[in-house]
Design a protein around this ligand. Structure first.
Ligand code: GTP
Length: 346
C-alpha cells in the first residue's frame, strides 16, 4: 500500500503565511504540518509515501528529505504547472501502480487509516472517500451516501437555508482510497479536480464508490488563518489524541516570566521577567521582552516581541519585529519580517 499526499497548492487563503512557507510545512504546534499526516500513515504501516508538489517544491523537499528521519520513504513528484488535485494524482501515475491512499495535504486528522482501508476492502470498492459530519456544511461540498455506504451524489456548497431540508451533513474529509483503475478516468496532462471532475466521473462510470464516515475522529481543514489558529487551540485543549507534543526544547525562560503549561516553546527562546505567555505556540529562537503578553497566538521562529507589547488571538510570521507596547489584536496575521513600530495597533 502506498500514499500520495497532495501538497502542491498555493495556499492563497493562508497568505501572508504561505508567501515564503508552502502550506504543507507551516508549523502546527512547532512541527511542520505534513509530519502529522506522515504519522497517521506510519501508524497504519504505510511507509511508501509520494509527495505531489508544485508550489515551492524545494522548500518541502529540503525540509523532509528522503523521510528516513521520520521512519518512512519519501519520494517527490513535481508538476511543471499546478494540475489540480485530480490532475496531480494522474501526473503521479508512474509512481502509484497499486491501491493508494490519497490525502489532501491540509487536513489535520487522527483518522485510523487501517480502518479506512479495511472498509474499502470489505466494500470491494474501487474508490472510497472519507467523510466527516459538520454542523454547517454550507461552505463545503456535501456527499450523500445510501444505507450500503455507496456514494449517491455530490452537492457543492449548498445554500444555508437548503441544508436543513437536505437532511445530510457529511462532507468530503480529503482522504481517499483509490484503485489504479481510477487513473484511467483522468486525461493525461490536464488540470482536473477530484471534487468537480474525477468523483462525478467515477459515479457516471458506475464504479464501486463508497463513503466512509469518520464518527469519532478529530478532523480539521487548515486552509485559512482562523482554522489554523483553532487547530492550535484544539491541541492545547487536549482535543486531538494520539499526537505527542514535544515540550523538550531548551529555552531561557526567566523565573519571573509566566508561561502556562499549555503553551509550547521552541528551542533557543528567551522569555524575560514579567512576560506572560498563555495557550500559545512559540517557534524557535523567539525573544519575548519584559512584560510582553502573548495569548492564544502562534508566533513563528526568530520573531522579537519587545517590552510591553501585547499579542492576542493572532498569528505572527517568522523574523518579525513587534515594537514596544505595540498591540496585535484578534484576527491579525502578520507575514514574515513584518516590523511594527512602538505603540502601533493592528
Ligand atoms: P487555497 O489557494 O487557499 O485554496 O489553497 P490550496 O492551493 O492548498 O488549495 P486547496 O485547499 O483546494 O487544496 C487542497 C489540497 O490539494 C492541498 O493540500 C493542496 O496543497 C493540494 N493541491 C491543490 N491544488 C493542487 C495542484 O494543482 N497540484 C498539487 N500537487 N496539489 C494541489
Amino acid at each position: 500500500m502506498q500514499a500520495l499526499i497532495l501538497a502542491g497548492g498555493k495556499g492563497t487563503r493562508l497568505r501572508p503565511l504561505t508567501v515564503y512557507t508552502p502550506k504543507p510545512i507551516v508549523p502546527v504546534v512547532n512541527r511542520p504540518f505534513l509530519l502529522y499526516q506522515i504519522e497517521i500513515l506510519s501508524r497504519a504501516g504505510i511507509s511508501d509515501i509520494v509527495l505531489s508538489l508544485s508550489y515551492q517544491p524545494d522548500k518541502i523537499e529540503d525540509l523532509l528529505g528522503d523521510g528516513s528521519e521520520f521512519g518512512v520513504r519519501l519520494r517527490y513528484v513535481t508538476e511543471p504547472t499546478p494540475m489540480g488535485t485530480g490532475g496531480a494524482y494522474r501526473f503521479a501515475a508512474d509512481e502509484i501502480r497499486e491501491t493508494t491512499i490519497v490525502l489532501n495535504g491540509d487536513i489535520l486528522t487522527d483518522l485510523d487509516i487501517s480502518d479506512l482501508i479495511a472498509f474499502h476492502r470489505n466494500q470491494q470498492a474501487e474508490a472510497t472517500i472519507s467523510l466527516v459530519r459538520v454542523e454547517d456544511p454550507s461552505t463545503y461540498g456535501l456527499v450523500e451516501i445510501d444505507p450500503e455506504s455507496r456514494v449517491k451524489r455530490f452537492l457543492e456548497k449548498p445554500a444555508k437555508e437548503d441544508v436543513a431540508e437536505l437532511g445530510m451533513n457529511t462532507i468530503n474529509a480529503g482522504v481517499y482510497v483509490l484503485e489504479p483503475s481510477i487513473l484511467d478516468l483522468i486525461p493525461v496532462g490536464e488540470n482536473r479536480s477530484f471534487e468537480y471532475d474525477v468523483f462525478p466521473k467515477i459515479l457516471e462510470n458506475g464504479k464501486a464508490f463508497c463513503g466512509y464516515v469518520m464518527e469519532k475522529n478529530y478532523w480539521r481543514d487548515l486552509g485559512n488563518p482562523k482554522s489554523y489558529l483553532e487547530a492550535h487551540r484544539d491541541f492545547f485543549a487536549g482535543g486531538i489524541s494520539g499526537f505527542v507534543i514535544d515540550r523538550s526544547a531548551v529555552s531561557d525562560i526567566a523565573t519571573a516570566a509566566l508561561v502556562d503549561k499549555g503553551s509550547v516553546i521552541g528551542t533557543g527562546c528567551v522569555i524575560k521577567p514579567g512576560a506572560k505567555v498563555t495557550l500559545s505556540a512559540i517557534g524557535q529562537g523567539v525573544h519575548i521582552d519584559e512584560k510582553a503578553v502573548v495569548e492564544n497566538s502562534v508566533i513563528w521562529s526568530h520573531t522579537r516581541i519587545s517590552a510591553g507589547a501585547e499579542i492576542r488571538n493572532a498569528i505572527v510570521g517568522r523574523s518579525c519585529h513587534i515594537g514596544r507596547n505595540a498591540t496585535v489584536t484578534e484576527g491579525s496575521v502578520l507575514g514574515d519580517k513584518t516590523s511594527l513600530s512602538d505603540y502601533t495597533k493592528v
